[in-house]
Design a protein around this ligand. Structure first.
Ligand code: DC
Length: 234
């Protein structure tokens, strides 16, 4: 009983901030900034699904072929390390950070993320780090499934137009050749996949604060989130 109490005490000492929402709302920028300003660790969970999507593409497996994806999981190990405040995802021990941000991998990640066994496969990894560190974790199901007891849950949204424009700029800055229409169509498809799937759909937790940043710039969004966090941690 005493040990149980101690264990509980240790767990509740960690501050967990969950930031969920659709793609392109600016979750990762926000989460990274909040983590830096609070001195917490930033955990980008989308990168884990991206790594699995990449693996399937590399092996010539259709990421929406659930049976093949599940069978291939036994050949996959995913982990991450944090170096100089930056998260590095390791796929079978190789750092794949620079390979997981392409539109192909985005679609593959969305497809594999709808497979319950893939979600189960990544569950422990996410829960473990949250139990050990003060973290800001971004994803789709952090407040609902991964960290239902997080002290702060923010669900970040923005209009479809604002999100597509931001993602388009981000991709073209990186040299990816695409069009705004293509980005908008991809995003709509991913939104549909992510929010209507049977398992862990991207929906706000009942106790999440909805933050709409359609009319806020990046700094305005960070300040709004910090105000929510301060209020919740009071
Ligand atoms: O956040 P992102 O765009 O890097 O995520 C890539 C895909 O992974 C996205 O389409 C949905 C999925 N995902 C998820 O299902 N659950 C998470 N916690 C994070 C991402």
């Amino acid at each position: 009983m005493y040990i149980n109490l101690l264990f509980k005490e240790k767990q509740t000492l960690m501050i967990n901030i969950a930031i969920d929402g659709p793609s392109g709302a600016g979750k990762s920028y926000l989460a990274r900034q909040v983590a830096t300003r609070l001195g917490y660790i930033y955990v980008d969970t989308g990168a884990l699904y991206r790594a699995i999507g990449l693996h399937m593409l590399d092996r010539g497996i259709d990421p929406s072929d659930r049976e093949k994806v599940v069978a291939e999981l036994e050949n996959v190990t995913v982990s991450f390390v944090h170096k100089d405040g930056e998260q590095h995802v390791l796929l079978n021990s190789a750092d794949v950070n620079s390979l997981i941000r392409t539109p192909e991998v985005s679609m593959a990640a969305s497809a594999v993320s709808a497979v319950p066994q893939v979600r189960a496969f990544l569950l422990g990894l996410q829960k473990d780090i949250a139990a050990k560190e003060n973290i800001v974790m971004d994803g789709r199901d952090i407040g609902t499934v991964i960290l239902p007891d997080a002290q702060v849950k923010i669900f970040l949204i923005a209009s479809d137009e604002a999100r597509a424009k931001r993602r388009f700029l981000e991709l073209t800055e990186k040299g990816t050749v695409t069009t705004l229409e293509e980005v908008q169509a991809d995003m709509a498809r991913r939104d549909r996949n992510d929010s209507t799937r049977d398992v862990a759909p991207a929906v706000p937790a009942h106790d999440a604060v909805i933050l709409d940043n359609s009319d806020l710039d990046r700094e305005g969004t960070v300040l709004a989130a910090l105000r929510i966090i301060e209020e919740k941690l009071k």
